[in-house]
Design a protein around this ligand. Structure first.
Ligand code: ADP
Ligand code: MG
Length: 664
């Protein structure tokens, strides 16, 4: 069996971790960073870019570069808020009302899950390279507040990436795992996670390796982006006042302002004032226009009081649900880049008297926790037990459109609950089971997770048939619903897939497509890798030749130097001809030639390790050549280009004044 990794699939940044020798660790990506921007893009040649490379083309190609995709995962078009839609690329609803992302260069539409799967794939690919073995499964974290369809869709995305999801884990729970996995005392912990696009709060009790989540709450539409937006608006309003132009209407200008705003926000976490400079942001009547200004932290803070107020709501609600008082909380774990803002830290201090814990890195703690969970599942870590809760109430629609709750929010999972329902009309032959998730009294105001019909109920007066409806929530927080007619024993059950953006057929189609493409991609990659390797080797060989000429003189290692030169030419010719098979052979002989030259160089250096090396080299190399076996097979003196002097004498061992034996 391959490894199981932990993935923090963030709205803004993603991180992958693994348990190594019993300790959780973050794995750096191919670019060397420990966090990977959750951005996917296509170049103008339709080449897929993921992470930092994609992020880099955000400004240049805003329509073909997709960020903040997590906002769309598992959500249907009608649920999306206005501000979710303010992305620089095009999103639209397909005929089923599902969200689709349009990409002009590939002339295709993508389900958000499909693009997210590219992020998962990259994380896993880089992890496999690092680990040197295959990754089979992953723990993927989601905001605690994610509803059932968002969880299902996250799992779909992993499936599309060819990864088995071993567990869906709530992000704050993961953070607590990371924080408390080697602590033994009993503590009450508040996890406060402000990411790029979501805000999550959890209260839990950690005691001797048992993690009990008491309450969880959050806001799926509140994050660091909203703070950036305030700066963007501030910049745009100022600019409008001055020049009468609204920069927010220009995609590229908007994207540049977004980047500048985020950078300013981050800098203001460390300094009190920061410059913002956006030259050539627009063209006015008299030529180019620029933004050149400074932002003070106090001004920034004055732009966002309502955002801070919104942070309070879920904290209060979680405290209420847990029945704990703020001063009973022992530790606050800050998670997510957004908690680096001083105003957010201050807000937390006004909520809970104890200072927040600084020992965990807010960017990595979730992935670390996911890696710990991977260790628990694989049996590598024992004595840890995780008791999570369901974030939202689950229920059925009953007469009058009321929501009848079967499983209240914050119920420990896994859990099974059932209740008996009946018909509302005489001789009703079937009942419709309509499943909802949310806290509102009217079912309509909550999120529909799907419906199904139990039919074949024998004729009877209203209220007589007994239909038992059971809800099962597994450890991933995923729901299965079943309904049984007690008289006939007839049973119907469904995995709720109501809000998932992709149906099973679509997933299968994408998987098949991916399989076909994977082979093509692999071939392409192999060929690119081979060419790159050859180029690198040629550059290296040329450098060694120069070294050899400097250290040994132009003819110091004639035979080896020539062999390298000839092989370089071969490789270059084959590169031009694009013959991969022959190229591989010529690369091998270049490697061999280079090895010979290197060995020659290093043996020279060993002999010449004294301060008079420079002078000695001249003699040394000749000396070596004279006494080497090759010398007499390949007479260097036949070469017409050789300098005209008798070097045989100079090279004679007994005449060499620098030879150690000389003075003996
Ligand atoms: P997610 O979990 O959504 O992927 P992260 O936890 O990576 O998000 O946090 C990303 C957010 O944190 C972004 O909005 C980013 O601008 C913000 N951020 C990162 N560093 C800082 C900082 N030093 N000060 C303020 N905000 C920051
Ligand atoms: Mg996060």
């Amino acid at each position: 069996m391959g490894r199981i990794v932990g993935i923090d699939l963030g709205t803004t940044n993603s991180v992958i971790g693994v348990l190594e020798a019993g300790r959780p660790q973050v794995i750096a990506n191919a670019e060397g960073s420990r966090t990977t921007p959750s951005v996917v893009g296509y170049t103008k040649d339709s080449e897929l870019l993921v992470g930092q490379l994609a992020r880099r083309q955000l400004v240049l190609s805003p329509r073909n570069t997709f960020s903040n995709l997590k906002r769309f995962v598992g959500r249907v078009w009608d649920e999306l808020e206005e501000n979710s839609l303010s992305v620089p690329y095009t999103v639209r609803a397909n005929t089923q009302g599902n969200v689709r992302v349009t990409c002009p260069v590939t002339e295709r539409e993508y389900a958000p899950e499909e693009l997210v799967s590219c992020i998962i794939r990259k994380l896993v690919d880089d992890a496999e390279t690092y680990l040197g073995e295959k990754v089979d499964g992953a723990i993927i974290t989601v905001p605690a507040y994610f509803n059932d369809s968002q969880r299902q869709s996250t799992r779909d995305a992993a499936r599309l990436a060819g990864i088995n999801v071993e567990r869906i884990l709530n992000e704050p729970t993961a953070a607590a795992l990371a924080y408390g996995f080697d602590r033994s005392s009993t503590r009450r912990v508040l996890v406060f996670d402000l990411g790029g696009g979501t805000f999550d709060v959890s209260l839990m009790r950690i005691s001797n390796g048992v993690f009990d989540v008491k309450a969880t709450s959050g806001d799926t539409q509140l994050g660091g982006n909203d703070f950036d937006q305030r700066i963007v608006d501030w910049l745009a309003e100022q600019f409008k006042k001055e020049h009468g132009l609204d920069l927010r209407r220009d995609r590229q200008a908007l994207q540049r302002m977004n980047e500048a705003a985020e950078k300013a926000k981050q800098e203001l976490s460390g300094v009190a004032t920061t410059p913002i400079s956006l030259p050539f942001i627009a063209t006015g009547n008299d030529g180019p226009l620029h933004i050149e200004t400074t932002l003070e932290r106090s001004i920034f803070e004055n732009l966002c009081p309502d955002l801070l107020d919104r942070l309070l709501v879920p904290v209060k609600s979680a405290l209420r649900d847990s029945g704990w008082q703020p001063d009973q909380i022992d530790d606050v774990v800050l998670v997510g880049g957004g908690t680096r803002m001083p105003m957010v830290k201050q807000l937390v201090r006004t909520l809970v008297p104890n200072p927040p814990c600084q020992s965990v890195n807010p960017d990595e703690v979730v992935a670390i926790g996911a890696a710990v969970q991977a260790g628990i599942l694989s049996g590598e870590l024992r004595d840890l037990l995780l008791n999570d809760v369901t974030p939202l109430s689950l229920g059925l629609e009953t007469v009058g459109g009321l929501m009848k709750v079967l499983i209240p929010r914050n119920t420990p999972i896994p859990v099974r609950q059932s209740d008996v329902f009946s018909t509302s009309e005489a001789n009703q032959a079937s009942v419709e089971i309509n499943v909802w998730q949310g806290e509102r009294q009217l079912a309509q105001d909550n999120k529909s997770l799907g419906k199904f019909r139990l039919s074949g109920i024998p004729p009877a007066p209203r209220g007589i048939p007994q239909v038992q409806v059971a809800f099962d929530i597994d450890a991933n927080g995923l729901l299965e619903v079943s309904a049984t007619d007690r008289t006939t024993g007839r049973k119907q059950s469904v995995n709720i897939k109501g809000g998932s953006n992709l149906n099973e057929d679509e997933i299968q189609k994408l998987l098949n497509e991916a399989k076909l493409k994977a082979e093509e991609d692999r071939r392409k990659r192999v060929s690119i890798d081979k060419r790159n390797n050859a180029l690198t080797l040629v550059a290296q060989a040329e450098r060694r030749l120069r070294d050899a000429a400097l250290e040994l003189g132009p003819y110091g290692a004639e035979r080896q130097q020539r062999a390298v030169e000839v092989s370089i030419r071969d490789v270059q010719d084959l590169l031009a001809e694009n013959d991969l098979h022959e190229l591989e052979l010529s690369v091998a002989s270049l490697q061999e030639a280079l090895f010979g030259l290197n060995r020659r160089l290093s043996s020279e250096r060993k002999i010449d390790s004294n301060p008079l090396q420079g002078i000695k080299n001249t003699f040394g190399s000749i000396k070596d050549e004279l006494f080497s076996d090759d010398y007499w097979d390949d007479d260097p003196w036949d070469d017409p280009n050789r300098p005209n002097m008798d070097r045989r004498n100079m090279g004679r061992r007994d005449l060499d004044p620098w030879n150690d034996d000389f003075y003996r």
